[in-house]
Ligand binder design. Structure first.
Ligand code: ATP
Length: 242
């Protein structure tokens, strides 16, 4: 079986267009089971548009296969199919407690014992959330809100986790903490596709990367190659620290 045949997510010729802007021009992308794949690129390159199109949130054309079947329909259908999405800017429910936010993530689970088991799993991974389970989400720090958004997505036990710019707007120390947590999630076997402007941090975690330039793939390959090859770094990422 070829690598492409075994891809959990297979995207072919993806185009995203808004009213008068073509944001993504025919992107091909694969994510295999257990992989962490990064979509990199500057501001406005089309990273969020790709992630949002996979969740059915923006109009697009092209072929998307997930776990061997076409991925289509509403966001709710895609969640049922096994996707979970953490949007840029987190968007937790500020006037709900940490625990209620997490329960919202587990809304598709009917069995109360299973919900409890998943909550315990999230609190084990994110001890800070466990300490703050009754706190209103709006009063959490940015990094804690990012943890909560991740925890809410994990409540679904997805087959593929989509993360849109998890470092955005966070202090450097919080970025490191959030990435350490994502690393732990990945070490547990989770398949992850993440978009990130901070290439140096995403490349430490990802095994493969796609670099977007104005809506098209300018480079795709091993993250280690992109990180270690100065010419590639210079060409595609500007002067990114190694
Ligand atoms: P950033 O890191 O700034 O979020 P990005 O790489 O995620 O950038 P996108 O948000 O996907 O880029 O945007 C790609 C292009 O599509 C940009 O030119 C942007 O202005 C445009 N765009 C994004 N959303 C919309 C929208 N809702 N309506 C019209 N144009 C949009």
């Amino acid at each position: 079986m070829s690598a492409v045949d075994s891809a959990l997510l297979q995207v072919r010729g993806l185009k995203v267009h808004y009213r008068n802007v073509q944001a993504v021009h025919g992107v091909d992308l694969d994510v295999r089971e257990g992989e962490v794949v990064a979509v990199l690129g500057a501001n406005g390159a089309g990273k969020s548009s790709i992630i949002k199109s996979l969740m059915g949130l923006v109009p697009c054309t092209g072929e998307v296969q997930f776990a061997g079947a076409p991925l289509a329909g509403t966001s709710a259908k895609r969640v049922e199919a096994g996707l979970a999405y953490v949007p840029e800017g987190r968007r937790v429910f500020g006037d709900l407690s940490v625990e209620d936010n997490l329960r919202m993530g587990g809304y598709i689970v009917r069995d109360a014992n299973e919900v409890k088991r998943r909550l315990d799993g999230v609190y084990e991974l994110f001890t800070r959330l466990g300490e703050r389970r009754l706190q209103l989400a709006a009063t959490l720090s940015g990094g804690e809100q990012q943890m909560l958004a991740l925890g809410r997505a994990l409540m679904r036990q997805p087959r593929l986790l989509l993360l849109d710019e998890p470092s955005l707007g966070l202090a450097p120390i919080m970025v490191q903490m959030v990435y350490r947590l994502i690393e732990r999630i990945a070490a547990g076997g989770m398949t992850i596709l993440l978009s990130e402007q901070s290439a140096h941090i995403a490349l430490k975690l990802a095994s493969r990367a796609y670099v977007l330039e104005t809506g098209g793939v300018a480079f795709s390959g091993a993250a280690a190659e992109l990180q270690s090859n100065p010419a590639l770094r210079e060409a595609y990422l500007g002067s990114v620290p190694s």
